[in-house]
Design a protein around this ligand. Sequence first.
Ligand SMILES: Nc1ncnc2c1ncn2[C@@H]1O[C@H](COP(=O)(O)OP(=O)(O)OP(=O)(O)O)[C@@H](O)[C@H]1O
Length: 254
Amino acid sequence: MIRFDNVVKRFGDNTVLDGFTCRMAPGEFVTLIGPSGSGKTTILRLVMTLERVTDGLIEIDGSPLSHMHRGGKLVPADEKHLAGVRTRIGMVFQQFNLFPNMTVLRNITEAPVRVLGLTPAEADERARDLLDLVGLADKADEHPSRLSGGQQQRVAIARALAMRPDVLLLDEVTSALDPELVAGVLGLLGHIADTTDITFLCVTHEMGFARDVSDRVLMFDHGRVIEDAPPERLFTDPREERTREFLQAVVGRT
Ligand SMILES: Nc1ncnc2c1ncn2[C@@H]1O[C@H](COP(=O)(O)OP(=O)(O)OP(=O)(O)O)[C@@H](O)[C@H]1O
């Protein structure tokens, strides 16, 4: 369970998030939509602890992300605490960010060995199972540059899953892909979402994907959630004029 409690984020006098409150259950797939600059990526960066909240609290399973308990008080978290928190959160980016000098297999085993302390044999077994899942069992010994964008993104997904995260953040995961590769990556993510207890938090401009895969869609505008609804409702019967305008601009529907 992720809990956002009245989260405020300011950069200087720019209030990017203005009191974001939300609970996301295990296994839930939540997609954030909204105009450019409305604060969606900032939420992912806060969960990833790359940014700190200005005010409010984010918790995963009752443990605060950017703060920790010390001497009966809640104080800002130190690097050690943040490093522990980050092991529970996976992220897949627009740019795949694979290590170019490592094989596909090593890309996937590196963090489980280094961070979780798995033996190389355990990590290899986990990685090979994941390569099966993402349809790249035959690419284990290749280097990323030999793979297509879609294949690289599948490796990035396998690498994130290898850490067995509680939360998986997806930031425009198909933006850098050729159009014919998009459906395969999105289909894979939909399958993983359906078959695991991971909480997905997704920022996308792919409204078709948001509609097919999400349990909930949150519409952001100026740092606030103006609608929070299942996709079948939000995309067909938006309650807010601003949502209607946004969807018309993005997909020409409603
Ligand atoms: N590190 C930063 N320093 C200053 N301002 C920032 C920083 N990061 C984000 N912002 C500002 O926060 C606002 C929200 O940015 P954010 O990236 O969260 O929007 P977004 O909804 O994800 O937009 P997009 O759809 O274009 O990715 C923008 O005005 C942006 O300029």
